[in-house]
Design a protein around this ligand. Structure first.
Ligand code: PEP
Ligand code: MG
Length: 918
């Protein structure tokens, strides 16, 4: 049987997006569920891949044959003929891959027009103006997409005709004017391409199909796929959709529009969108004419508004998802031209999820799965501080919420350079954006445009990316050449800081302070559902009671890592810590530790109380202790200054002596320079600094991250770990005495052998007995180990004998597994590794399943062979990363722990991980 490359909308499988592309599959599905879709067919992604793979970029032989067969069917369905001079069939040609990539690829409209069919079209419609308008649009799109001609070539000619005709708006042009535009366009086409405009509709079609196939490898599409990690497994090649043209510009009973079945900015359950009477689809998207809000339609076209509402309900009921659809009304008949799942910002996704469950449209699992966990971060973005009174200098449409501050830049390349290469915060300010600006979006904090509506390119793309956007701020005049803009009579130069608020459309000069957002009721509901479904428990990395309170607000179910060194760094403790480090004898050190003990105990008690009754995991001291001391250079500098000071003070003594002598000689009373500084004090300071310098030199290591840190420290300076253990246990006893339920856990960092763990465990057992005896409380603090060096993974079985739980420190474990310095790699070679796909991801961000993950699996297996109920978690940065959380679920961990602001993301990701791995 010959291979099938082409499917009619009536026969294609609406589920097969890989083969037919998302748009094509949807056109098939919509047709087959009885929506009014103009007849057409899809050429498969397989044909695209064949074409791109073939050396000469040739389509499979049978494709055009099958296209002709399908065109016959379309002719039958419409009663028109492709290339028929009397009653011509016109079609659109659009791209569409398995993953939605809005605006990334190409579209050609009105294909089938030529000098002969144009006459037929005019005769059929009785509207010469309409005919020429359609033709000039086709010539330009065909020239641009199929022949790679720049838009400007056509725009210049168009402007000339407009100027000659003395009109400013396109609608002011007469049929004769548009005829002239067509003539000029045909001429430009011939001059540029060296050939006349193709008259044969099948030649037009074949060239267009090939152009759409080629656009899959165009820069915009390739950049988009890279940015959104769209792999060939997700979308490979684009399909081509050939669809009968219907016209929204056939008079006042015609219209075109784009709509979302619910508001994509707020989630409100109301049809949302824009339409234009007597216009073609591209007019809405391009922002050339200002469209009307869809809720005005029932005043202007009540029957159409009713049908549109019905279409909306059918779309949602069928797709069980918010749809972003395009429609055209041609002489009173409503057509649905396209639909896809609506891209919304996070607040709208969350609200619609919760509401659709309430409406019985979807269940809780669907509600959770439709939201990308990473997008939740958007809801945690800062908003402008309402208490700050600032006057906006301009206002546009609130196109994508959230506030953004940055330096104004006026083109995408500059945005990319300043934002991405130089790491500055920038706001991309444009008159309007086009798909080729996409790299500027990636680099910018936010987008501001002076033209276009809420469904303009800028708005849709920014919303999809979760970046704040203000669109259509008409008071702003952008001069790209001069790299400046005017607003309210004032100049914004490139580099001037501006603030935009995508939630209300305001634009401000300068930086406006921002505040943390509040959790919405819907988000709380959704995350509660996530917690009920998830298997992995989500805990937080938090070091202070304030951090812990924040973690609780974000829904953490315990603290998985408290890095105690952060407590040592507080101003009231650091002098004590330094005293402990520079101590010359164990007794001196003990004295300093005795003063630190009550401070640590109170830290721990407050943490336990804040988190009660949730578990709190405290890690004993980890970093090399020289980190608490100043650097060698700093100390040398201090000593030099003190020496100078000492000399100066001694000089003052000399001066005083000289003054005494002088006054005796002259018989005058003695003048005396006051004694400003006691040299004894300077001596003392010098001694301390010298001692610190010696200590710093003693402690210096070539490789401190692999050096005297973690448990090694606990064994060589037992009094430090003993103080911390005592503080933890006494804090537990204090809580127990007050009747507060607490579940403390302590864990030991950098362990590589069970003997280390046993060594520390012996301190714990001994101190615990002492504290229990002294307080009369029974203590239950659990004892565990971090697993963050390779040997610990290999010896997990024997470590399990000494530990109640394991916590993977995947930051260090990644460093140890790759032998990449976690401090340096990301600034040195990793970007190049990622760009060249030597490594697909940054392993410090995305857990490396094949290496680090494999080690974790082995450690878990061996640990649980010894202790089947061993509790195992992760507290490296990966604990807040959705793909890594998915791995943790598959690997069988019990919990993940991440920084507090990532907790909501991790909660949703944990539910996804469970649902996706059932
Ligand atoms: C780790 O190594 O993953 C970890 C959590 O510890 P730290 O980042 O403090 O070294
Ligand atoms: Mg570590």
């Amino acid at each position: 049987m010959k291979k099938k490359w082409v499917y009619a909308f009536t026969e294609g499988d609406g589920k097969d997006k890989k083969l037919l592309g998302g748009k094509g599959a949807n056109l098939c599905e919509m047709t087959q569920i009885g929506l009014n879709v103009p007849p057409g067919f899809v050429i498969t992604t397989e044909a695209c891949l064949y074409f791109l793979d073939s050396a000469a970029h040739e389509m499979p032989d049978e494709v055009m044959g099958q296209v002709r067969e399908h065109m016959l069917q379309v002719e039958q369905a419409t009663g028109k003929g492709f290339g028929d001079a009397e009653n011509p069939l016109l079609v659109s040609v659009r791209s569409g891959s398995a993953m939605s990539m809005p605006g990334m690829m190409d579209t050609i409209l009105n294909l089938g027009l030529n000098s002969r069919t144009l006459e037929g079209e005019i005769a059929q419609t009785g509207d010469a103006r309409f005919g020429y308008d359609a033709y000039r649009r086709f010539i330009q799109l065909f020239g641009k997409v199929a022949m790679g001609m720049p838009d400007e070539m056509f725009d210049e000619e168009f402007e000339i005709v407009k100027q000659d005709a003395r009109v400013t708006e396109d609608v002011g042009l007469s049929a004769a004017n548009l005829e002239e535009v067509c003539d000029r366009f045909l001429q430009v086409f011939q001059t540029h391409t060296g050939r006349p405009f193709p008259e044969d509709p099948y030649e037009q079609l074949e060239l267009s199909i090939k152009a759409v196939f080629n656009s899959w490898m165009g820069r915009r599409a390739v950049d988009y796929r890279r940015e959104f990690n769209i792999t060939p497994a997700m979308a490979n090649g684009t399909a081509v959709n050939v669809c009968t043209m219907v016209f929204g510009n056939r008079g006042n009973d015609s219209a075109t529009g784009v709509a979302f079945t619910r508001n994509p900015g707020t989630g409100e359950n109301r049809l949302y969108g824009e339409y234009l009477v007597n216009a073609q689809g591209e007019d809405v998207v391009a922002g050339i004419r200002t469209p009307k809000a869809i809720d005005k339609m029932d005043q202007e076209m009540p029957e159409m508004a009713r049908q549109l509402a019905e279409l909306r309900n059918r779309l949602e009921a069928h797709y069980q998802e918010i749809q972003d659809f395009e429609f055209t009304i041609e002489r009173g008949t409503l057509y649905c031209l396209q639909t896809r799942n609506g891209k919304m910002n996070a607040p709208a996704m969350v609200r619609t999820s919760v509401e659709m469950v309430g409406e019985g449209l979807i269940d809780r699992e669907q509600a959770l799965l439709r939201i990308n966990p990473d997008h939740l971060e958007q809801m945690l973005y800062p908003q402008l501080d309402r208490n700050v009174r600032a006057h906006p200098v301009a206002q546009g449409l609130p196109a994508s919420p959230g506030a953004a501050v940055g330096q104004a830049v006026f083109d995408a390349d500059r945005a990319e350079h300043l934002g991405r290469v130089l790491g500055m915060k920038v706001i991309l300010v444009r008159e309007e954006t086009k798909p080729e600006d996409i790299h500027g979006f990636f680099a910018a904090q936010g987008i501001l445009t002076s033209r276009g509506g809420k469904t303009s390119h800028a708005a849709v793309v920014a919303r999809g990316m979760g970046k704040p956007c203000v669109a259509g701020a008409e008071g702003i005049h952008v001069d790209v050449q001069k790299r400046e803009a005017y607003v309210s009579g004032q100049l914004i130069r490139e580099g001037d800081v501006i603030t935009i608020d995508g939630s209300n459309g305001n634009v401000y000069f300068g930086e406006i302070p921002t505040v943390e957002p509040e959790f919405s009721r819907e988000l709380n509901t959704l995350l509660q559902w996530a917690d009920e479904i998830a298997y992995l428990r989500v805990m937080a990395n938090a070091d202070t009671p304030e951090d812990a309170a924040r973690a609780l607000k974000f829904g953490a179910r315990g603290i998985g890592l408290c890095r105690t060194e952060r407590m040592f760094n507080a101003v009231d403790r650091l002098p004590l810590v330094i005293e402990m480090i520079v101590a010359e004898t164990t007794e001196q050190r003990q004295q300093a530790l005795d003063r630190l003990l009550p401070i640590q105990r109170s830290d721990f008690r407050k943490l336990f109380e804040t988190m009660s009754p949730l578990p709190v995991t405290i890690r004993l001291l980890d970093p090399p202790i020289h980190e608490f001391l100043p650097g060698e250079e700093q100390l040398k500098d201090d000593i030099e200054k003190l020496e100078h000071l000492k000399d100066s003070v001694q000089g003052l003594d000399v001066l005083n002596g000289a003054l005494a002598l002088l006054s005796a000689e002259k018989g005058t009373s003695e003048a005396k320079i006051p004694q400003l500084v006691d040299t004894g004090l300077i001596e003392e300071a010098l001694k301390t600094k010298a001692l610190m310098l010696r200590k710093v030199r003693d402690l210096t290591e070539v490789n401190p991250m692999l050096g005297h840190r973690g448990v090694r420290l606990g064994i060589t300076y037992p009094e430090i770990y003993r103080m911390q253990i005592q503080a933890i246990l006494e804090a537990e006893a204090e809580c127990a005495a007050k009747g507060i339920e607490v579940h403390p856990q302590m864990m030991v960092p950098q362990v590589c052998t069970a003997a280390e763990l046993k060594w520390v465990r012996e301190y714990v057992d001994e101190i615990k007995t002492g504290v229990e005896r002294k307080t009369g409380q029974q203590l239950n603090c659990r004892f565990g180990t971090m697993i963050e060096v390779v040997r610990a993974c290999m010896r997990a079985g024997s470590l399990a004998n000494q530990a109640d739980f394991f916590s993977f420190g995947t930051n260090d474990l990644t460093q140890a597994t790759f032998s990449f310095s976690r401090e340096d790699a990301e600034n040195k070679f990793l970007p190049m590794y990622n760009q060249n796909e030597i490594l697909r991801d940054n392993p410090f961000e995305v857990l490396d399943e094949k290496g680090v993950g494999r080690l974790m699996q082995l450690a878990m297996q061996w640990g649980r062979e010894v202790k089947p109920d061993l509790s195992i978690g992760i507290c490296g940065e990966h604990g807040g990363h959705p793909a890594s959380i998915d791995f943790c679920q598959r690997a069988g961990l019990n919990y993940v722990s991440c920084s507090a602001p990532r907790v909501p993301v991790a909660r949703l990701a944990a539910a996804h991980a469970f649902l996706n791995n059932r």
